[in-house]
Each structure stands twice: as structure tokens, then as C-alpha cells.
Design a protein around this ligand. Structure first.
Ligand SMILES: Cc1cc2nc3c(=O)[nH]c(=O)nc-3n(C[C@H](O)[C@H](O)[C@H](O)COP(=O)(O)OP(=O)(O)OC[C@H]3O[C@@H](n4cnc5c(N)ncnc54)[C@H](O)[C@@H]3O)c2cc1C
Length: 389
């Protein structure tokens, strides 16, 4: 006889697990099916930045709702998510000051602690930074980074305690549909029945959608990151920064390390099963050059390691959240390189959508999958341009 569950979630990254947590807290018994291990894909390679600075209001709202979890994790979830408050600075190239001000005003309207600062303020917050090119910047004093693997593990532990199940090492190979609605999945470990199936398969999401004949405009985005050992003078660390002027972001990491990622040269459309234990040739050299432009003393840093990861990316670089295809089939994917920090709230919203028919924590209707065929791609009111390329 097939095993049954209230809902089946395909994928045990931060998103599948966040959804399982919220469904289980509401009294349901979801089953998460993972072909490999918990947090083995995009989530395990995530840089873990936790900030609210987006140019699209619904994303800032999701990040702000999620932030309530990160800063109060022990009470809301239990265990540890490794949240480290470092303060967050958003730097923009010359000419984007109006957009920056517009976005900060939007964040403040939501209630997010976000301040407009200038180069002198940046120097006070980060004396080692080169600030000659900085006009204005945004500062979020509460923001920082968290540990994506630890967060996923803590959410899954809490979900299991509330009645969810996790099956690892089980590859979903088909989604069974009868009379226009999903009835379960077939996997390498057997058949499972449920009236709801959620696609939380990260960079594999387009393939999983194909199992119900759904064409999703999600491709893969590869992204490398580098860790360097900071010189002694910088042992106390520095804020977390998105530096659009140098198409880069960086944050401190434990053990006196700094993590650096670049916004350009992130290949699209590769196989999500590509090799990620090493960064692409040339990445480390480019990353070192960029970090030294912003923090010249990093010339004395030492390379620690570098690796890569894949996420699913959509044409407007925003998530796909909602129902599509056969009845009972839901999408929670396409996070386009920024999905970690919004996962706690996205899971709550998706649980509301599935159970109540509508999300109430944050209105996620802008992320509806139909927007692509309707030509209604999402765009920030004060956007900084297409930053992942
Ligand atoms: C290098 C890198 C850095 C990033 N940095 C940040 C950051 O600083 N801040 C931020 O907010 N976001 C960041 N992101 C984005 C963020 O990590 C992702 O958006 C998020 O982790 C996606 O989570 P997920 O659960 O959707 O996908 P994943 O973590 O990829 O999980 C999907 C899971 O589905 C499983 N799966 C797939 N197909 C099947 C199947 N057929 N059967 C069973 N299981 C299946 C996979 O094995 C995988 O474990 C980064 C991403 C990368 C790659």
C-alpha cells in the first residue's frame, strides 16, 4: 500500500523545509522528499546575507517578516540559525542616488530600520573602506547574516517535532495526476499519496514542473564565492555590504574570514548537477581585485577557499509562488539568488495559500506564476538595473 501524507514537498532546501515547518505548526502532516540530503544544494552554498534592502516592496516585506524569525529564532523555531548582526551597507554607483532614496523611503514606510548615510558615515562604520567614490548609501543597523544549513536543520527539527516527516535519498521521478488533480508522487523509494504536491526543487524546479507538463521559465544561475583570511588589522570584522559600484558583495565569516561574491559572470543555463566544489577559473583573481578596491588593506589577506552553487532564476529575477497546472500543484521556487533571507515568511505565506486559499502574512500574489505568460514581469519602482549577469 502507498504511504500517505497531507502534503508532499519536493526538496529539502530552506524553502521546502520552511513550508513543512509552517504546515506542521498548523496541525498538518507534510512529507518532505529529498533526493540527496538536507540543505545540500543552493541552501548549503548560500552566502546567508540577511537584509531588507530590495527595490520591490513585496520582497522587502517578505524579508522584514522573515527577519522577525532570524532575530528571535530560539523562541519562534528553536535551535540556532547562526544570525550575526553586523549592520548592512548598500552602496550604489554614482547616478543611482534617487533610486536609493526612493527605496529607503519604501523600507521606512514598512517599518524597516533603514537610514540614508553618506561617505563620512561609511568611514565611521568601516574605517578601512575606500570611500572616495561613495555619495550616498543605505544602512540597516539590525541586519547581518545567518547560517543557512543550521537554519534549515533547525526548521526541520521543529517541523518533525510538530508532525512533519523527512525522507532523504529519495528521488521524485513522477507526479501522479488523476482527473486534473495531483494524487501523489513516484520516487526511487516508492509511491506516496497526497492531494497537494509542492515544487521546492530549487535549480531543478523546471524539470519537476515538467512532470505535470508545466513549462516554467526557470533556468539555472551559477554563483561562486570566495573566503579570505583577513589581515590582523581587520580582525574585528566589518559590516555586511552589497557594493553595486564594484558589482560585489561581502560579509565577515567566523574564524576571521571574509566571504566575497560577484554580481557579474554568473553563467545561466548550465546543468544544476555541474561541479561546484571549485570556483570557475578566473573568479578568485577577479574577486581579490574587487575586494581590494573597496578595502585596500585586503591586499594582505590570504586565500582560504572558493566554491560555487546553483539556484533557479526567472526572467525577472523574482520568485515563483502560487498554484499552477493540475489542482493541488504548487510552486515555491525560482528564488534567483536571493531566496534564503525570505524563506521563513515565504513558508508561512505558502502554508496560508495552501490551507486558507490566500496568503495573509504578506500578499504574495505579485509572484504568481501566470505573470510570465501575461507579460507582467516584476520590476522595482526604483530599480538598480539587472544586477545578476
Ligand atoms: C552561492 C549562492 C549564494 C547565495 N547567497 C544568498 C544570500 O546571501 N542571501 C540570500 O537570501 N540568498 C542567497 N542565495 C540564494 C538562496 O541560497 C536560494 O534562493 C535558496 O537557498 C533556495 O532554496 P530552495 O529550498 O528553493 O532550493 P535548494 O536549496 O536548492 O533545495 C532544493 C532541493 O530540492 C532537491 N530536489 C531537486 N529535485 C528533486 C527531486 N526530483 N526529488 C527529490 N528532491 C529533489 C534538491 O536535491 C535540493 O536539495 C544564494 C545562492 C547561491 C547558490
Amino acid at each position: 500500500m502507498n504511504q500517505t501524507a497531507d502534503m508532499i514537498i519536493i526538496g529539502a532546501g530552506i524553502h521546502g523545509v520552511s513550508l513543512a515547518f509552517h504546515l506542521a505548526k498548523r496541525g498538518f502532516k507534510p512529507l518532505v522528499i529529498e533526493r540527496n540530503t538536507l540543505a545540500c544544494a543552493a541552501t548549503g552554498r548560500s552566502s546567508g546575507l540577511v537584509r531588507m534592502h530590495y527595490d520591490l516592496e513585496p520582497e522587502s516585506r517578505l524579508a522584514w517578516e522573515s527577519f522577525q524569525y532570524f532575530r528571535d529564532w530560539e523562541n519562534r523555531v528553536g535551535g540556532d540559525c547562526g544570525f550575526t548582526r553586523t549592520g548592512f551597507i548598500q552602496l550604489v554607483p554614482e547616478g543611482f542616488e534617487a533610486q536609493l532614496k526612493g527605496n529607503i523611503a519604501m523600507h521606512q514606510r514598512i517599518g524597516i530600520p533603514s537610514l540614508l548615510i553618506d561617505a563620512a558615515d561609511v568611514r565611521r562604520l568601516a574605517p578601512a573602506f575606500e570611500t572616495g567614490d561613495i555619495g550616498l548609501a543605505a544602512y540597516e543597523p539590525e541586519s547581518g547574516y545567518a547560517d543557512p544549513s543550521a537554519s534549515t536543520s533547525a526548521l526541520m527539527t521543529a517541523a518533525r517535532q510538530a508532525g512533519a516527516r523527512l525522507l532523504q535519498g529519495a528521488n521524485v521521478t513522477a507526479i501522479r495526476v488523476e482527473a486534473g488533480r495531483v494524487v501523489g508522487v513516484s520516487s526511487s523509494e516508492g509511491e506516496f499519496d497526497a492531494p497537494v504536491v509542492v515544487n521546492a526543487a530549487g535549480p531543478w524546479a523546471a524539470g519537476v514542473a515538467q512532470m505535470v507538463g508545466l513549462d516554467l521559465p526557470i533556468t539555472t544561475w551559477r554563483h561562486d564565492t570566495m573566503f579570505i583570511q583577513r589581515p590582523w588589522e581587520l580582525r574585528l570584522g566589518h559590516p555586511t555590504v552589497i557594493d553595486n559600484a564594484h558589482s560585489m558583495y561581502f560579509r565577515p565569516e567566523t574564524g576571521g574570514l571574509t566571504l566575497v561574491g560577484l554580481e557579474d559572470n554568473n553563467p545561466l543555463g548550465e546543468s544544476p548537477d555541474g561541479y561546484t566544489d571549485r570556483a570557475q577559473p578566473g573568479f578568485v583573481e577577479r574577486a581579490i581585485e574587487r575586494i581590494c578596491l573597496r578595502i585596500p588593506i585586503m591586499e594582505r589577506a590570504a586565500l582560504h577557499s572558493a566554491h560555487g552553487g546553483y539556484d533557479g532564476i526567472t526572467p525577472d529575477q523574482r520568485a515563483v509562488l502560487g498554484q499552477a497546472g493540475p489542482q493541488g500543484f504548487y510552486l515555491q521556487c525560482g528564488f534567483s539568488g536571493t531566496g534564503f533571507k525570505i524563506a521563513p515568511a515565504v513558508g508561512a505565506c505558502m502554508a496560508e495559500l495552501i490551507v486558507d486559499g490566500r496568503a495573509s502574512t504578506v500578499d504574495i500574489s505579485p509572484f504568481d506564476p501566470q505573470r510570465f505568460e501575461q507579460g507582467k514581469l516584476l520590476k522595482g519602482e526604483h530599480d538598480y538595473g539587472d544586477i545578476w549577469h
